[in-house]
Design a protein around this ligand. Sequence first.
Ligand code: ATP
Length: 238
Amino acid sequence: MTAMLEVKDLEVAYGKIVAVKKISFSVEQGQVVSLIGTNGAGKTTTLRTISGLLRPNSGQINFMGQPIHHVPAHDIVSMGLAHSPEGRRIFPRLSVEENLLLGAFARNDTAAIRTDLDAAYALFPILGERRKQPAGTFSGGEQQMLAMGRAMMSKPKLLMLDEPSMGLSPIMMKVIMTTVTALQQQGTTILLVEQNAQAALKRADYGYVLEVGKIVLHGSGRELLVNDEVRKAYLGED
Ligand code: ATP
């Protein structure tokens, strides 16, 4: 069986700075796969390249068996690949509902969009309670819920989350990470990028460790959680 997402020998540069150095990894249907690494490791660059927001120097990206590294970003969304970006990028002056509807920009099935709005409100009840409020009044955790809800509005087969736990309280982080598991149970495949290795590996079927643009370790989430190098470098243990 071919993987849902296959990244092969991907290299991405900003001018002369090579941020991603020939990395290869895959995400199987139904899995949660975590990509962990410290600041500047190349995680965001990798996700933005898969989404079509950056173009690689070389390498291949296949989604559902199709090469996508030359496909425009909006068509990649229509193919079923959604991206919840680092920093959330919500529109503060728009209401919660308007932000969510932006996630459905590539769809024209109005009745189904309504159903999916209700699904987003079921996933995160606070979004439903405050659907008319400007999103800028939300806390960081609520904005993260909104960013995830918006990404889900494109009905993705694969959801990519860039550092959803960033800046959140432990309680809010738990809510977000529990939702990752709930989405997986509902059938969404997830590529999770995190600096918080503990939270990300606990939920991952498989994980990859990225260091200065290279994958230096990979294994099941469970294996990586008990790996000595991971424990020292990412879990703060001696
Ligand atoms: P972070 O958690 O800080 O986002 P990251 O693992 O996502 O880290 P990237 O943001 O992908 O890392 O950055 C990888 C490398 O590319 C870093 O050395 C960074 O300085 C560099 N870089 C990122 N964006 C740009 C840019 N627009 N122009 C030049 N260099 C960049």
